[in-house]
Design a binder for this molecule. Structure first.
Ligand code: 6PG
Length: 234
């Protein structure tokens, strides 16, 4: 098992303060060391109050590039689009917010486009920021026909198409996701979660390790890099 740094909080405000300070320091250090910062941020809903706080940090945002850890296969105008929500969250900054793919009709073309775009970036990202569902998915790595490929792609793919089975109720659409090895490349890896239910899922998955059927359990069992897990009670 890898090095796991756990940070627990009594409320979302306290967690947001710490996470935005820690991520701000990761960005500042990357800017100082390499002159730019590359961040992969999750969609969903829970990290957005933290993104809004982070966006108010005094950083040289013009040298920061952000892309999404995963994207729902929807038009970029859709309320389900992660890139639309991220663009909005960082609108007041000068950060570049980069879509994984353009609006196109075909899922496998979107996956190739995402993969090519990621291959052309200055890899690895300084930060990959993950969220997790109560079903134990993270990024868009779900049980289903693409699960094994997402965990260990044969061809070194950084992004693949995913057909979750079953489709998640809150956004029942196919996805494009970073693969587990691409996520694990990150210079810094964090996971933010809220509530007892997600904590119980994560703890149980980590206890089972390799034998876990959940994406997060399988990922944590294979992870060689440190990860910081931020959890708030509600
Ligand atoms: C997505 C996500 C996904 C998300 C979790 C947690 O696009 O669906 O990136 O992996 O992080 O579903 O979502 P919440 O933070 O909204 O609970």
């Amino acid at each position: 098992m890898t090095e796991i740094n756990r940070h627990n909080f009594a409320n979302p405000q306290a967690m947001a303060q710490q996470v935005s300070a820690d991520v701000g320091a990761i960005i500042a250090n990357a800017l100082a060391a390499r002159g730019s910062a590359l961040l992969a941020l999750s969609g969903g809903s829970s990290p957005f109050p933290i993104y809004e706080r982070l966006a108010k940090s005094d950083l040289d945002w013009a040298r920061v590039s952000i892309f999404t850890v995963d994207e729902r296969f929807v038009d970029s105008e859709s309320p389900l689009s992660n890139i639309a929500a991220l663009k909005q969250a960082f609108l007041a900054t000068q950060a570049s917010v980069l879509p994984l793919f353009d609006n196109i009709d075909d899922l496998s073309s979107a996956a190739s486009q995402a993969n090519n775009r990621l291959q052309s970036l200055d890899w690895p990202p300084d930060l990959v920021w993950l969220g997790m569902g109560t079903d134990g998915h993270f990024a868009s790595i779900f049980p289903g026909p693409d699960f094994d490929t997402a965990l260990s792609p044969m061809d070194g793919a950084k992004a693949i198409s995913v057909h979750p089975d079953p489709l998640p109720a809150d956004a029942p659409v196919p996805r494009i996701s970073l693969t587990a090895p691409a996520i694990a490349d990150a210079r810094h890896l964090i996971l933010t979660i809220a509530g007892e239910a997600k904590k119980a899922v994560l703890d149980h998955a980590m206890e089972l390790g390799e034998a876990s059927v959940t994406p997060i359990g399988r990922f944590m069992a294979s992870l060689k890099r440190p990860i910081s897990i931020y959890w708030t009670e509600n």
